[in-house]
Write a protein that binds this ligand. Structure first.
Ligand code: DHB
Ligand code: MG
Length: 255
């Protein structure tokens, strides 16, 4: 058998085309989210927000989780923030941390335009400074934490996230595969050329492995392809005794 000549597009084109197909069918166009992307691009923010179908995944995860309090590390232009805020019930709240004041300014306008100005608290400053402040203030625990900030600091972000968690908290980590570069401890990040990034993500995995081994968390990671290339998400549930039961109304069981 000979290999038939194919007109297969390059993988990235194919991944982008499939993301378009999925998004056209399942993720309705949305003025507030589109405006968030447009203003972010116009302001020169890097085009690294989650894709629409990934944003929708974040919203669905937050709904499955019944999240009332959400923490996000790395606001960028507020695109994922808006997706997550949409999952909140009345009275829910979201704290998002952004190191770069210029990004935060763009995000603040986008979040307000989407109608979440009162629901979302945006804190400006390096997350390794603002996270200890949240802990010191007794903020939390959060039901869902989305880690999407600079990859070199993922180990620290994860440790602080645990302090802001309760048993049952879902922690989601973005960008944990990086084109497969995580296999090589000395690898340069394929997007930035930085070796600290890969070291940080690998150390993050080591912390997850230690937590899994010790029984304090349950975790997995999933590789993804799509419009943003080849990357992945980590999913972590914080284990523990005093996980609050779902409300009786939700289970249908009473008394
Ligand atoms: C980068 C950061 C991200 O959060 C992402 O989703 C993709 C790329 C980056 O810094 O290159
Ligand atoms: Mg990301």
């Amino acid at each position: 058998m000979t290999d038939a000549p194919t007109n297969e597009p390059e993988p990235q084109q194919r991944w982008s085309a499939v993301d378009r197909y999925i998004t056209d069918l399942l993720v309705p166009a949305d003025p507030a989210l589109e405006a968030a992307l447009q203003t972010s691009a116009a302001a020169g923010l890097p085009p690294i927000a989650v894709t629409p179908n990934q944003g929708k995944l974040l919203e669905l995860l937050a709904r499955v989780q019944g999240a009332r309090a959400i923490l996000e590390l790395g606001t960028l232009g507020g695109y994922s923030t808006i997706w997550l805020a949409r999952a909140l019930p009345t009275g829910g709240r979201l704290v998002t941390l952004e190191a770069e004041p210029r990004y935060a300014e763009v995000a603040r306008a986008n979040i307000a335009r989407a109608g979440f100005g009162e629901v979302v608290e945006l804190r400006v400053g390096p997350a390794l400074q603002t996270l200890p402040e949240l802990v010191a203030e007794g903020t939390g625990p959060f039901d869902l934490i989305f880690i999407d900030d600079d990859k070199g600091n993922y180990p620290g972000y994860f440790e602080w996230s645990l302090k802001l968690s309760r048993p049952g908290t879902l922690i989601v980590g973005d960008n944990v595969v990086r084109d497969g570069a995580i296999l090589d401890p000395g690898a340069k990040d394929p997007l930035t050329g930085d070796t600290d990034l890969i070291r940080g993500v690998r150390r993050f995995y080591e912390l997850l492995a230690a937590g899994v081994g010790g029984g304090s968390i349950s975790a997995t990671a999933i590789q993804t392809v799509g419009d943003k290339g080849y990357d992945g998400f980590a999913l972590v549930i914080v284990e523990g005794e005093d996980q609050p039961p779902p409300p009786a109304a939700a289970t249908g069981f009473e008394g």
